[in-house]
Design a protein around this ligand. Structure first.
Ligand SMILES: Nc1ncnc2c1ncn2[C@@H]1O[C@H](COP(=O)(O)OP(=O)(O)OP(=O)(O)O)[C@@H](O)[C@H]1O
Ligand SMILES: [Mg+2]
Length: 456
């Protein structure tokens, strides 16, 4: 196979023959053109890796021809051939996009060297572009780890729907990544440079939620000293994420329905409607259809928000994702805690694969965080994973009270030592114990405060 395909344009027939021979001897494929039109024709019908263009052509100058060729094959490097003494034009050619120039008569070695360099350069540029494209393509999903078919399909679907403005309905068990996916959708959309505003509907009392969401006028209620905009307005031109929408009170549901239908709403205490342009993403852990049946959720609202449903499967149904997630979290927490924990022992990994993960990805994340905090080695071993996971093991779900208490006590102590970074005085104080008592407790559970000191 040829090293590359070169388009050679010169009105000097003997020079063309000579250069063509040399290049072919060096394994390049060469197409020649004596006239501008021939060159353009060739560029339109074939792909070239590089072009050599004489500066002084019959009807046109080489620079204009180069520009025309670049309109057809934009990334093709062009080397300009100039007569002795026309350095200025050569420099002009470079400014207008030539890769380099050669002064006639040129040394054949020089010619080959320039061609090689130009091609190498071109390869690098396209590789960089390819990598950049990959990054951009994955940008919104950079933090979403997915190996299982289920998750890959889901990401594929998300990339397709992200650019639309349709309401997305994310559902799945606790800790499956609903919020992460909501953010990824926003980042993959054209709204990505606009705000992503999140609100947890389960965390706010009804009275506050209305003004949080829709804002209020000054004096609308006691304590409303000035008017505020509300989250819907803050999310204008961006996305609003309504988390735990199943917990939204019915009165607010009616208002939300109006926003979705008419893209407008009334701030509390105002009779002037406000208009807003937002993409709505909702999430729920609850089965909303059930809520609808029980009259806790408006049916009409349910159908309004249930436009693009996305179901996040529980982790136990996609265990193939575990190793990759573990790797992801090991990296994250090693960096955070300035440690170098790179791997798990095979036994520890097996443990993780066997476990059913009722708390899904969040529970896995916590397990790895705990392990990285605890370990003094560069690998997490089974016993560290076990310490965290024994209590939740399905096979020993009910323990005698004494054992359960001991388990709790140990985890409690570990937690204290973690947050006090091994400072016994501080940990004891928080536990409301004397230092001496606290040491006794540590001894009872075979814990050492030193293990929790941050290594430098
Ligand atoms: N596919 C994933 N790749 C990487 N991290 C993930 C993935 N899924 C979830 N996580 C992480 O797990 C944690 C829990 O995810 P998230 O908060 O999005 O879940 P959730 O479904 O909203 O949970 P909840 O129902 O408890 O609110 C987060 O720290 C998130 O970054
Ligand atoms: Mg959440």
């Amino acid at each position: 196979m040829a090293l590359g395909k070169i388009l050679l344009v010169d009105d000097d027939r003997s020079l063309i023959e000579l250069v063509k021979m040399r290049l072919e001897a060096s394994d390049y494929e060469v197409v020649t053109a004596l006239r501008e039109e021939e060159a353009i024709q060739a560029a339109k019908s074939q792909l070239f890796d590089l072009s050599l263009v004489d500066l002084q052509l019959l009807y046109q100058d080489g620079i204009s021809l180069m520009e025309e060729l670049h309109l057809i094959i934009p990334e093709m490097p062009v080397i300009i051939l100039t007569a002795y003494g026309s350095i200025e034009s050569a420099v002009e050619a470079m400014k207008r996009g030539a890769y380099s120039y050669l002064t006639k008569p040129f040394d054949p070695e020089d010619l080959l060297l320039q061609i090689e360099r130009a091609m190498e350069n071109r390869r690098l540029t396209s590789e960089i572009q390819r990598l950049k494209g990959l990054l951009e393509e994955r940008y919104g999903f950079a933090n979403v780890v997915a190996r299982s078919e289920k998750m890959k399909k889901l990401l594929e679907m998300i990339s397709r729907i992200a650019k639309t403005d349709s309401t997305v309905y994310v559902h799945g068990e606790s800790g499956t990544g609903k919020e992460l996916i909501a953010k990824a959708i926003h980042l993959a959309s054209e709204r990505k440079d606009r705000p992503f505003v999140a609100i947890n509907c389960a965390a706010l009392p009804e009275t506050l939620m209305e003004s949080e969401l829709f804002g209020h006028e000054k004096g609308a209620f006691t304590g409303a000293l000035r008017s505020t905009k509300g989250l819907f307005m803050q999310a204008h031109q961006g996305s609003i994420f309504l988390d735990e929408i199943g917990d939204m009170p019915l009165s607010i549901q009616a208002k939300l329905l109006r926003v979705l239908q008419e893209r407008q709403f009334y701030p509390v205490g105002s009779d002037k409607p406000a208009e807003v342009d937002v993409r709505v993403i909702v999430a729920t852990r609850k089965n909303l259809e059930e809520q609808v049946k029980q009259g806790l959720f408006r049916e009409d609202l349910f159908y309004r928000i249930h436009v693009i449903p996305i179901f996040l499967p529980p982790l136990r149904e996609r265990k193939e994702d575990i190793p990759l997630l573990v790797e992801h979290f090991l990296k994250k927490f090693s960096q955070q805690m300035k440690k170098e924990v790179k791997d798990l022992t095979p036994g520890a990994m097996q443990r993780l694969m066997l476990y059913e993960w009722p708390g899904n990805v969040r529970e896995l994340e916590n397990t790895i965080e705990f392990g990285v905090a605890m370990t003094r080695q560069n690998v997490l071993s089974e016993d560290i994973i076990l310490q965290e996971k024994t209590m939740a093991e399905p096979q020993d779900s009910v323990k005698p009270l004494k054992e359960a208490k001991d388990d709790f006590e140990k985890r409690y102590l570990i937690h204290l030592l973690q947050i006090s970074e091994g400072n016994v005085s501080r940990a004891a104080k928080q536990a409301g114990r004397y230092r001496a008592d606290f040491y006794d407790l540590l001894r009872k559970h075979h814990l050492k405060a030193e293990d929790f000191k941050k290594s430098a």
